[in-house]
Design a protein around this ligand. Sequence first.
Ligand code: ASP
Ligand code: MG
Length: 403
Amino acid sequence: MGSTDRIKNVAARVAKWHDAGHQIVVVPSAMSGETNRLIALAKEIMPQPDPRELDMIASTGEQVSVGLLAMALLAIGKDAVSYTGWQAGIRTDSSFTKARIQSIDDTRVRNDLSQGKIVIITGFQGMDEDGNISTLGRGGSDTSAVAIAAALKADECLIYTDVDGVYTTDPRVVDEARRLSKITFEEMLELASLGSKVLQTRSVEFAGNYQVPTRVLSSLTDPLMPLEEEANSGTLISFEEESNMEQAVISGIAFHRDEAKITVLGVPDKPGVAYHILGPIADANVEVDMIIQNQSVDGKTDFTFTVPRNDYVKAMSVLESQRESLGATKVIGDAKVSKVSAVGVGMRSHVGVASQMFRTLSEEGINIMMISTSEIKISVLIDEKYMELAVRALHKAFNLEQA
Ligand code: ASP
Ligand code: MG
């Protein structure tokens, strides 16, 4: 919501759903740019803000939007009431700035709904057991919305955002990228964690754990568009078992441009090696993604893994300082690599997906540095120079431009 006009728009849309007979809970996030502004303000006073106090400040953006939205509804004659996270019974742990929701006491909300009220609850925030305000991490209103939908056993959680759904890949890279009308939550999780930042990853985990049908749709459409049409727009994140998925084997090509790889050469192949290499990396708070250890030759092996490019320098210096005690001959790295992944639940029942992926890359002359797979995903690490080429070639090879 960027302005009071946009808030009036949201009110008109909400009223439309309510008039059609639905019980509605709305979970707004702050007005655009507001959370950034609040965090910047905090940093002017304290460059590394105290997390509890930062949450006190950052959570206020949402309080303004719920109040404004409630008033916009009252102004058009709808009965509406707004609540903060704690008033709505949202209990979190105490990890300020990245708190997790632990429980929701929805008594008050249910009561209002049964009286025909539209309930508006701040996204992004809750309260810990000592009564401190907490926030759920950037983009956390998605998670608030899905969690509240789960508690209330809502028919569907609609997430209105600035994109009109989930695409087969990033349309900025492939012109022919196509919006998916349905995707399973597992695929969505892979796509979300692989860089398609449509929803906060944790909200997708929540949707999966509590089986909340969740739809991503555009907030930029005419609020008075026909309800039927709106109800079928966007992308529905659903559950494989209960829906007949689009027949494609692959649903999307995801990518992570900013990766780096590190190789520790000539380490003795003995118990504890992986632990002694990756332990200090974890202690330095660096997340490791792909890992391979080679077959050993004469009792020595090479060990390669990837880290986010931002952490490359830190990870290299950690390993340099450990090199002697590891007994390694050398630590080398490459900070210009990218990961490209094909994702699809159809892989479970189809063979040959990996070989088609590798054939496509080989036809384009792209060298694969590392490979990793899961049940519904195949990822390759390649030179950053070829990332977009790889994404386009794979998108075409798996016929993703065709519905
Ligand atoms: N306002 C919060 C943020 O900017 C939460 C959200 O938008 O989902 O991160
Ligand atoms: Mg958001």
